[in-house]
Design a protein around this ligand. Structure first.
Ligand code: AMP
Length: 395
């Protein structure tokens, strides 16, 4: 990696005060909804402590609060960290107050409680440095590195050296493998609902990919553009022209669903009021809404994916939050999770994809790499430059 990582200069950290930006965007209604991102940050915290730092002040945002809002407070994260690290952690509620100097480990309240964070405000960034009296800045928040926020971007001007944490380093290295030089054959499995979000990624990776398998609601825009009757399934009309063009140029690479799990009414997770007899497995979507790929499609996808050495998977293959429509995503998640033992590299990205894997009780360690990012992962693979990475010092 060309960027400076904390392990490149361990001595530099001795007796220093570190400002560590992480992504703990995990709190919903006062509870931690998933610990993956917190767990992924622990190695960097432990490593910095091994280096003999004087203190670590941890910064993060969570959700989209409008001003101070207890439901988005990072307090539950402080409790969780305490247990995981088996250490006291001081919770600092107000960035406009200074942090007591004798606290070796500190978590600051949700930065999005203050306007300055989102506005990439230089004064706010300076306040973050001043309140912590920190000497060194470390960014381990890959998942927010696509946002021009004060603690990710403006803050850089106040530190001579800006280091990548261990998670940031791993994200950059593993995602670069597929962005720049994937071991072939390289297949992309893509799902989810919004075509628009994935256009730049597909444009950037299509020449490197051997096959692109499309499921989820996304697939209906592709099937419609191929002239098929998709009934009332979700179609992304804004992206329709792009999809048509993409099909014209890359049809030989595309693998689309051939059967579906569908119903005739509009549903929302968790679909509790949907009766079994209202759900059909079918090739014909006329008058119906497709919410999952059917079993023949699962089999076909598995056959195609078997040929790959490297696979990137982003997006659920159906509305996995409903039991009735989870099967396609579940069967493929299980299939992909055993490929590591065959020496194949499966890289997974995206918040919903990780949520699906967790729902099915599959161990994230069963994959070559699971990115903590959603939008950041897509932008990185789309070849865009990310502010939170750009500001890191070069080696
Ligand atoms: P995205 O944010 O674009 O990755 O979309 C993720 C969402 O797509 C999940 O919440 C799924 O429930 C939803 N989804 C996947 N397949 C379908 C489908 N066939 N119809 C409607 N929603 C779907």
């Amino acid at each position: 990696m060309e960027k400076l990582c904390i392990t490149d200069e361990p001595e530099y950290f001795r007796e220093k005060r570190v400002l560590l930006r992480v992504d703990y965007n995990v709190v919903e209604n006062g509870e931690i909804k998933d610990t993956f991102r917190i767990d992924s940050s622990l190695e960097t915290i432990r490593k910095l402590q091994d280096f003999g730092v004087k203190s670590i002040v941890i910064l993060s945002h969570s959700g989209r609060p409008k001003g101070k809002d207890e439901r988005f407070s990072l307090k539950p994260v402080a409790e969780y960290l305490k247990g995981k690290l088996n250490q006291e952690i001081h919770f600092h509620e107000d960035v406009y107050g200074d942090i007591p100097e004798d606290k070796p480990l500190v978590l600051v309240e949700n930065l999005r409680f203050w306007e300055g964070e989102k506005n990439d405000d230089e004064e706010f960034a300076k306040r973050l440095k001043d309140m912590s009296k920190s000497d060194i800045y470390v960014n381990d928040a890959f998942a927010v590195s696509h946002r021009k926020n004060a603690s990710v971007s403006a803050i850089s001007k106040y530190f001579e050296k800006r280091f990548a944490g261990l998670l940031m380093k791993e994200e950059i290295e593993k995602l670069s493998e597929i962005r720049d030089n994937p071991e072939k054959p390289f297949h992309i499995l893509i799902g989810g609902a919004k075509v628009e979000d994935k256009i730049d990624l597909l444009n950037n990776l299509v020449d490197k990919a051997d096959k692109i398998l499309i499921g989820g609601a996304m697939a209906y825009t592709f099937l419609k553009a191929k002239g098929e009757d998709v009934g009332n399934s979700r179609v992304d009309s804004k992206s329709f022209d792009w999809v048509q063009n993409f099909i014209n140029t890359h049809n030989d690479k595309l693998v689309l669903p051939e059967d579906h799990v569908a119903t005739d009414k509009q549903v929302n997770p968790p679909c509790d009021d949907l009766k079994d007899e209202e759900v059909k497995e079918t090739e014909n979507l006329s008058g119906l809404i497709g919410y999952d790929i059917g079993f023949n499609t699962v089999k076909r996808f598995r056959d195609v994916l078997k040929e790959a050495k490297t696979i990137f998977w982003n997006g659920p293959l159906g509305m996995f939050e409903c039991e009735q429509f989870e099967c396609g995503t579940k069967l493929l998640a299980v299939f992909l999770s055993v490929l590591k033992d065959e020496g194949k590299k499966v890289i997974v990205g995206g918040g919903d994809t990780v949520a699906a894997i967790r729902r099915f009780d599959i161990d994230l360690k069963d994959f070559h790499f699971v990115s903590t990012g959603g939008g950041a992962t897509l932008e990185f693979l789309a070849g865009k430059s990310l502010p939170g990475i750009d500001i890191l010092s070069d080696k």
